[in-house]
Design a protein around this ligand. Structure first.
Ligand code: BTN
Length: 333
């Protein structure tokens, strides 16, 4: 179950969001309480209550008796209006839900999709109590520092082609990190984003399908943005990092979410029009594996070889022609 912080209001487009939107339209000047009350058709005391709630949530809103209110600074929240502010996306995030807490955004998005949620619906949580990783692992999801996001897609593709969307999301995450920092992320097959060999983001795509037809895919994306070293679980299997740890700078999570939705939008619309080839090309460019000697372990067995590329079904292809469908990859033979 997803649970919103204020009964669904402040995080999903309620009066608080509308007031924030008005304040943002008036960054050059103040906006009077009367103008807000008139525009939103609410009482002056309702305006005052919402302004107090926004201040309590960390917004710096100054008030001048003769002029009105102005927004001086925003906290690092994941409010819908914050994410939407200037967003250029057309399909992805057209419906955008942001909640304070979810067990797993993938589980919630899967339910929404089963209930008929439209393509492009994006669900973001500030905290996950049961974040899911690959192979039944747990995805550490502390509050207030990272991005946990799931997106519903309804592509007209065969189930065997669904892993192509995992590569698409990996490229989108890598592009986003490149746009918002000086870092050079690398993609590791099938779905890890690494910085200097340490994992900064993971993808978990889940699908509902019939034999020949995809009903929907949920793209699950977890990015360690402002997480501190001490917030990682002690027993991590692979070294992990965050953008903050690598750069020493915090990144606005709402900006990250906005850019990520924009990149997903661009890549997905191109995928619908032109197919898998552009994604595959960029994935290989951003991958650390092309031509590398690797060892892949899966269920106790392991294989080594030099990587040639990835195929239509998402399998890793070795130079021997061997096709590897799943497993954990490490560099070296
Ligand atoms: C991995 O093991 O690398 C995949 C991690 C995927 C984590 C994300 S966070 C948002 C979405 N909701 C989940 O429960 N998992 C994915």
């Amino acid at each position: 179950m997803t649970r919103s912080r204020t009964g669904g209001d402040a995080f999903s487009g309620g009066t608080g969001e509308q007031i924030l939107a008005l304040l943002r339209q008036h960054t050059e000047a103040h906006i009077s309480g009367e103008a807000i009350s008139h525009t939103l058709n609410i009482s002056r005391s309702a305006v005052w209550k919402q302004i107090s709630a926004l201040r309590a949530a960390g917004y710096l809103i100054s008030a001048e008796p003769s002029k009105g209110y102005s927004l001086d600074a925003s906290p690092d929240t994941l409010h819908v209006s914050e994410i939407r502010n200037g967003m250029k996306s057309r399909l992805i995030g057209r419906r955008l839900l942001s909640v304070a807490e979810a067990v797993s955004t993938n589980a919630s998005a899967f339910r929404l999709a089963e209930e008929g949620a439209e393509e492009g619906t994006a669900l973001i949580a500030d905290f996950q109590s049961g974040g899911k990783g690959r192979m039944g692992r747990v995805w550490a999801s502390p509050r207030g520092v990272n991005l946990y996001c799931s997106i519903i897609l309804r592509p007209e593709i065969k189930p065997v082609a669904a892993p192509q969307l995992t590569f698409l999301s990996a490229v989108a995450v890598a592009r986003t990190i490149e746009r918002l920092s000086d870092l050079k992320p690398r993609i590791k097959w099938p779905n890890d984003i690494l910085i200097d060999g340490k994992k900064v983001a993971g993808l978990l795509n889940e699908m509902s399908a019939e034999t020949d037809k995809v009903n929907f895919v949920v793209l699950g994306i977890g990015v360690n943005i402002n997480m501190r070293a001490e917030q990682f679980p002690a027993d991590l299997r692979h070294p992990a990092t965050s953008i903050f740890i690598e750069t020493g700078k915090t990144v606005s999570r709402s900006s990250f979410a906005r850019v990520l939705l924009e990149e997903l939008d661009e890549l997905y619309l191109e995928f619908i029009k032109e197919g898998y080839a552009p994604v595959r090309k960029e994935w290989l460019e951003k991958s650390m594996l092309a031509g590398a000697l690797v060892t892949v372990s899966d269920n106790g067995s392991s294989r080594s070889g030099r990587v040639r590329g990835i195929d239509e079904s998402g399998a890793l292809i070795l130079e021997t022609g061997e096709q590897i469908l799943s497993g954990d990859v490490v560099l070296g033979g």
